[in-house]
Design a protein around this ligand. Structure first.
Ligand code: GCB
Length: 579
C-alpha cells in the first residue's frame, strides 16, 4: 500500500463491526462555481477547500473558513436543512473534525452509507478517494492519513445531473443532495473478514456458509457460531483467503408470517462480527413464485425513500419503520424499494417485520446505453447493492431497470447486467420493470427481448391515468412468457381531502375508482404473482408543478405526505385481504 489512502471493497455488515460514528453536525460551504476545486482556468488545483487552510499571518488571504460556516446534520440531505438549497443541484463542501487515537496494528476504513451523487473525500487535507453513485456504500482505507489527536474529513458533494450518469438527467423524484447516509470509521485488523454468505444449501436440511478475507491469505481461522442451531465450527481459509462449509441443520424458515432470524457470530482473531440471519427458499415454477416451496401472492406497494411531512431522505430505522408500518396497514407482505437501493436500515427493518423486498438500481428511463462508463457505473451499483444485502432473507428480487426504451444497445446493456446479477447471486430472482408497448383494441401485449434474462416478468401500466380513463374493465392482457408476472406499477394522483365525481381528476374518488377498476382488471391477468402499485406516499418531484394540486409532489400516494389515508387505500387494503 502506498502512503496514502485507497478504496477497498465494501466491508459488509458495517453495523456489526467496531465503528466510530462521524454522524452529527458538519460545517458546510455552498460552492456554486466549484471554486474550491477548480482554479480560474477550470483546472483542478492544489489549494482547494479540502486543505481547510487558515490564515497564518494577518496579511494572509483565505476566502473560506469551514469553522465559521453553518452546520447541517449528517446523515441528511441539504435540501430540507437549508431553504436556500431546496432546489439546489451542485457542489456543497462538508467538513467535520474529530478526535482519533490510532490503535497499534489496526487499520481504519472511512465508510459512507451513501453520498448523492459524486463525492471527493479528503482526510486531513489529503485525497482519500472519489466515488460516484448516490445510493450505495463505499469505503477507503485511510489509516495512513489519520493522526493521533484532532483530524478532519472534508467531502465535496456534487449532485448535478448528467446524461451519462445512473440515474440520468431526468427522473421523477427529488434529487436530494448530500451525505445522506451514515459516516463511520471502521476499525479492522490488517486481515479481516470482508464479506460472508450464509444461506440454505441444496436442501432445507443444510446451511451453507462462506467467508472471504480482504487478502488472499491461507491458513486463517474463521469461526461460525449459530447458538440456536448448535453450530460452532472453525474453518480455515484456502489460498484465495476464502473458506466455506456446508453443515447439517434444520432451521425454522423465515417467512412473512414467521420472520425468524438467527443470531450469528463470525469470529476471526479478536473480531466477533454479529449478524441476524434468516433462511428461506425462493424460486419460480411456471407462472408461480414459491417461497419456501409454496406459492405466494406478493401483496406489495412501491416506496420511495422519503420521510413524511416534507422531511427529506430517510436515514434511520425509525424512518423506515414508519413507512413499512403503513405498508403493513395495507396488508402488504412485499415492498418495491424504488428506484434505487434504499438504506440498509430499511432492508433490515423490513426483514424483522416480515416484509419481502424488491431492490433495484436506478437504471431509469433514458440511460446512455452505448457509453462504457455508464455501464461500469450501473454494474458497480448493482454489485454494491448485492454485496450489502446478500444475507437478507427478505430480499427476493434484484431489479436491474425501470421503464427503459427498447433498442439493441439497451438489450445489450441490460442483458449484460442481468447476467452479472445472476453470477453474483444465483439464489434470488431477477426482474425489471418493463413497459407494454403494443396495445390496440383494448388488447395489451407485453413484448420485451429482455424476457429471456429475467425470472419474473414485471411491467408498469397506467390504465385509467395516463391512458384510457374508465377503460380498465374492457382491457385484456397477453403476457406470452411462461414466467410469473408482477404489475410493478399502476395508480393515479389524488389530493387528500379533495372530493368530487369519480371522473374528476385529482379527487380521492377518481383514485378510488381507478383502484377499483384496476384491481378488478388485474384479477384477469393470467399468472399474476403480485403487484406493487404506485405508490405508498405522495413524494416530492420537481416534475410535478401543477400549482394548488401538486406543488412539487407526485400525488399518487395512497397516503398523503402527512400520513393521511386516501380513499383508494381502503380499496387496495380490501383487495389484499381477499388474496
Ligand atoms: C412511472 C415511473 C415512476 C413515476 C410514475 C409516475 O412509470 O416508473 O418513477 O413516478 O410512473 O407517477 O408517473
Amino acid at each position: 500500500m502506498t502512503a496514502g489512502a485507497m478504496e477497498v471493497p465494501q466491508v459488509m455488515n458495517v453495523m456489526g463491526r467496531q465503528t466510530m460514528s462521524l454522524n452529527g453536525a458538519w460545517n458546510y460551504i455552498v460552492d456554486v462555481q466549484e471554486e474550491g476545486y477548480y482554479d480560474y482556468r477550470m483546472n483542478p488545483y492544489d489549494w482547494g477547500f479540502f486543505r481547510n487552510a487558515k490564515p497564518q499571518k494577518p496579511e494572509d488571504l483565505i476566502e473560506y473558513d469551514f469553522d465559521k460556516a453553518e452546520t447541517m446534520q449528517v446523515p441528511g440531505d441539504w435540501n430540507t436543512q437549508d431553504e436556500r438549497l431546496f432546489f439546489y443541484e451542485g457542489t456543497v463542501w462538508l467538513k467535520r473534525s474529530f478526535d482519533f487515537h490510532p490503535q497499534e496494528g489496526r487499520r481504519t476504513l472511512l465508510y459512507f452509507g451513501a453520498v448523492n451523487y459524486d463525492a471527493h473525500v479528503y482526510v486531513n487535507g489529503k485525497k482519500a478517494g472519489h466515488h460516484v453513485g448516490g445510493f450505495t456504500p463505499f469505503n477507503f482505507d485511510v489509516t495512513e492519513l489519520l493522526k493521533d489527536g484532532e483530524n478532519f474529513v472534508i467531502v465535496k458533494v456534487d449532485n448535478k445531473r448528467h446524461a451519462e450518469d445512473v440515474p440520468t438527467q431526468i427522473f421523477d423524484w427529488w434529487n436530494y443532495g448530500g451525505i445522506t447516509r451514515d459516516v463511520k470509521l471502521v476499525s479492522v485488523s490488517s486481515t479481516y473478514v470482508e464479506s460472508y454468505q450464509l444461506r440454505l444449501g441444496a436442501s432445507k436440511n443444510e446451511v451453507k456458509f462462506s467467508a472471504k478475507l480482504n487478502k488472499a491469505e491461507a491458513g486463517q481461522k474463521i469461526g461460525l457460531r449459530i447458538p440456536e442451531l448448535k453450530i460452532n465450527e472453525e474453518l480455515t481459509t484456502d489460498n484465495d483467503g476464502t473458506a466455506c462449509i456446508t453443515l447439517k441443520a434444520k432451521p425454522q424458515l423465515w417467512s412473512p408470517e414467521n420472520p425468524k432470524l438467527y443470531q450469528v457470530d463470525i469470529v476471526q482473531g479478536e473480531e466477533d462480527l454479529k449478524d441476524e440471519i434468516g433462511f428461506r427458499t425462493i424460486e419460480t415454477r411456471g407462472k408461480q413464485i414459491l417461497l419456501n416451496g409454496k406459492p405466494i401472492f406478493l401483496k406489495g406497494i412501491s416506496i420511495h425513500e422519503e420521510k413524511a411531512n416534507g422531511g427529506g431522505r430517510c436515514n434511520s430505522t425509525e424512518d423506515a419503520h414508519t413507512l413499512l408500518s403503513w405498508a403493513k396497514e395495507l396488508g402488504c407482505n412485499f415492498v418495491r424499494l424504488a428506484h434505487y437501493p434504499h438504506n440498509e436500515y430499511a432492508v433490515r427493518e423490513a426483514e424483522r417485520m416480515g416484509i419481502l423486498v424488491w431492490s433495484e438500481i436506478p437504471c431509469y428511463w433514458t440511460i446512455a446505453w452505448t457509453n462504457p462508463q455508464t455501464y461500469t457505473n450501473a454494474e458497480r451499483q448493482l454489485t454494491d447493492m448485492i454485496t450489502r444485502d446478500q444475507n437478507r432473507a427478505n430480499v427476493i428480487i434484484w431489479s436491474i431497470a425501470n421503464e427503459t426504451p427498447h433498442s439493441a444497445p439497451r438489450d445489450e446493456f441490460l442483458s449484460k447486467l442481468a447476467k452479472r446479477a445472476r453470477e453474483l447471486d444465483d439464489s434470488r430472482l431477477i426482474s425489471m420493470a418493463m413497459e407494454v408497448t403494443s396495445a390496440s383494441n383494448y388488447h395489451n401485449k407485453l413484448q420485451d427481448n429482455m424476457n429471456t434474462y429475467v425470472d419474473v416478468v414485471s411491467f408498469n401500466q397506467y390504465i385509467g391515468w395516463y391512458r384510457d380513463v374508465n377503460d380498465a374493465p374492457r382491457m385484456t392482457w397477453e403476457i406470452p412468457y411462461d414466467k410469473p408476472v408482477i404489475v410493478s406499477e399502476f395508480g393515479g394522483g389524488a389530493k387528500y381531502g379533495l372530493h368530487g365525481e369519480k371522473n374528476q381528476r385529482w379527487t380521492e374518488e377518481f383514485q378510488e375508482n381507478l383502484y377499483k377498476e384496476n384491481t378488478a382488471m388485474l384479477d384477469k391477468i393470467e399468472g399474476l404473482a403480485g403487484t406493487t402499485p404506485w405508490i405508498l406516499k405522495d413524494f416530492r418531484s420537481p416534475r410535478r408543478v401543477l400549482t394548488g394540486i401538486q406543488d412539487y409532489y407526485n400525488m399518487k400516494g395512497l397516503f398523503s405526505d402527512k400520513g393521511e389515508k386516501k380513499k383508494a387505500f381502503y380499496v387496495l387494503r380490501d383487495w389484499y385481504a381477499s388474496k
